[in-house]
Ligand binder design. Structure first.
Ligand code: DAH
Length: 345
């Protein structure tokens, strides 16, 4: 084996072991650097015979070029492996679809409020808002429920003091609206109400909706027309079967309650309708004249109607929820289903 071949073989073996750029540079320098193996061989040419000089120089130049090319190739190879390792480690694939973003959804109570809001504002009612902490006077006395009236017993009240309480119904807003405005007047209001109740069908806090219209032309048939059309709109069913029953509320006379046929069981009887085939959805009536008694004389010749309903009840019937607690358990599986309900605002 010639001297060059020995050098070449040694270089190739060493190159195979090189795993990084630094070692490659060291190896290259040990052959081509100033004190490198090849540089020494070139220097040695001077001491050999003239006739062999050219041949030896040629051979050394070929070997030098071979080492240069091999180093370059190995460098590319190292860079490629380094890149593959980085790609493997970082797993970056820009062509992959983006990760899904989980969108929140409106709570069924909010959706129900928006739908009610949309219907009533489109027929001219104004939205008003009021306090959750109320006086005994606004919550009861002004609504024709004086102290010791049996109707107070139906409102399991959270009293804060002798005079203040957490409102038990949104009907209090009728008193606020009458005091603040002039007739004629059409208002709706939504909000939280509180009663000391806790069982599978009651929670201490729930939501109510209230509406009131006062003007000299407001009458009972107009009230029923508005309510029945609203129920058809809300339940998206023009053939909705409803029934109106006489009832009693201290602040309305006459008073009525409106039921809808139970869509859960097609009136055959189920848990939701308590086996009756009907679901009670709202109370209503013509405003009791006593509400106007203590007021300014501009109210004396007025008449009006009012209606109130529980938002949870409407939501449960519409979205076929069997358990009231589903609305408050923050169960993502239950609530995320409401993504598909859209409404206009
Ligand atoms: N405030 C009543 C309740 O909480 C609901 C109600 C009934 C409101 C009849 C009304 C009405 O405005 O006219 O049960």
């Amino acid at each position: 084996m010639s001297e060059n071949e020995k050098i070449k073989l040694k270089f190739q073996r060493q190159l195979e072991l090189v795993k990084n750029k630094k070692d490659l540079e060291l190896l290259r320098a040990s052959y081509l650097g100033k004190e490198g193996i090849l540089s020494i061989s070139f220097k040695e040419i001077n001491s050999i015979e003239q006739s062999a000089k050219i041949k030896r120089a040629k051979e050394l130049n070929i070997l030098k070029q071979l080492i240069i090319d091999a180093c370059e190739l190995h460098l590319k190879h190292l860079q490629q492996t380094q890149l593959s390792e980085i790609l493997e480690r970082e797993c970056l694939d820009v062509s992959l679809p983006e990760l899904p973003i989980s969108h929140g959804s409106f709570h069924p109570i909010t959706i129900t409020c928006h739908e009610i809001f949309h219907y009533f504002t489109s027929i001219g009612f104004d939205l008003v808002d009021g306090p959750e902490i109320e006086t005994d006077e606004n919550n009861f006395t002004a609504l024709n429920i004086p102290l010791h009236h049996p109707a107070r017993g139906m409102h399991d009240t959270f009293f804060i003091s002798n005079d203040y309480l957490l409102r038990t119904h949104t009907t209090t807003m009728e008193i606020h609206a009458i005091r603040k405005s002039n007739p004629p007047l059409q208002i709706i209001t939504f909000g939280k109400v509180f009663r000391r109740d806790l069982d599978p069908t009651h929670t201490p806090m729930f939501h109510q909706f209230e509406g009131m219209r006062i003007d000299s032309r407001a009458n009972f048939s107009g009230l029923l027309g508005v309510l029945l059309e609203f129920l058809q709109y809300f339940f998206n069913n023009t053939n909705l079967i409803t029934r109106v029953r006489p009832s009693y509320f201290p602040f309305t006379e006459p008073s009525a309650e409106v039921d809808i046929s139970c869509s859960n069981c097609n009136q055959k009887g189920c848990q939701l309708c308590k086996q009756t085939g009907w679901v009670e959805v709202l109370g209503c009536g013509m405003l009791h004249p006593s509400l106007f008694l203590k007021l300014d004389k501009k109210w004396k010749k007025q008449q009006g109607y009012a209606f109130g309903m529980g938002i949870e009840r409407l939501a449960m019937v519409k979205y076929k929820l069997n358990d009231l607690r589903d609305l408050y358990n923050s169960d993502f599986d239950v609530l995320s289903q409401f993504n598909k309900w859209h409404y206009e605002t």
